[in-house]
Design a protein around this ligand. Sequence first.
Ligand code: SF4
Length: 332
Amino acid sequence: MPPLPLITAQTEEKLLAFLTERGHTKFRAQQVLDWVWRKRVTSFDAMTNLPPALRNLLSENFRFHTPEIVEIHGSADTTRKFLTRMEDGSLVESVIIPAAAAENGEQADRITLCVSSQVGCAFGCKFCASGLLGLKRNLTTGEIIGQILSAEAIAGKRVNNLVFMGMGEPLSNFDNLEDALEIITSHRGLEIGARHITISTSGFVPGLKKLAAYPRQIRLAVSLHGATDEVRDQIMPVNKKWPLSQLIPALEEWGEGQEPDAHAGIHPHPGRERLPERRLPPRPDRQAPARQGQPHSVQHRGGASVGTPFGEPLPRLPGRRPQGAHPRYHAV
Ligand code: SF4
């Protein structure tokens, strides 16, 4: 018999449907979510303001579980990588990234978590160890959420920002990702603002189209790695199926649904290694045209930022602002 579903993998909508089908009110669903996400209990018996019959119903249909933490590397004031073992024995990496020191020199209180979305990856980018593994399976919604709960247990504080830049191509696991995003952004869930979440893609166009239809203002990063199809074809097999001539219109479509300051950061680094985007003040040297050998070349198109590695020329984007014309810059 398959294990019971995790209570931490239930969106508000799904839990409400489950309870109302069994004669319970919306208020009861809200109470359950309050116990799970505000009070952070780990058993149904602890939900003391629920009638015993409802607690029994919940324990007969759901369970609590967080993945086992098997390794932690790093220290509290630096980036910490941790390895969790899923229930089938799969090992998944996540990275806790503390915020940079605040202006007064004190350590900022915010932390970012780099989350994995799959075990291995089918996309086979030449520079990426996850690609060498091949795809083992998608992570479930509960396993995605479990990484956040594990990170909070390790850090002893709430995660404030999420970057889906760990193992896997998140947009190819869209259904589980979408449920996880609902739980993460809900004010009855983890309550992390959509604009504090970045999804990184290698350029998986069908997933980008689904994300374009997703109503929340999630941020997007695209691992470009090369400015031409010739370069991308050599190092990112995804480009052979969805070349720049398809990727760029898909980004345009995604951008149409965004509010003005939403943006896509198109960056040169492997998704699993990329640190969160930092906004930098304008500096004259960043406004100059890219030169060969410079690590970053950043341009903006409306609300989008694009960058290529080591000064490669950018692909032609319709309506792109002249380089340096935008007052904000992003380190990529
Ligand atoms: S870079 Fe991302 S999409 Fe490419 S193989 Fe690695 S995990 Fe997969």
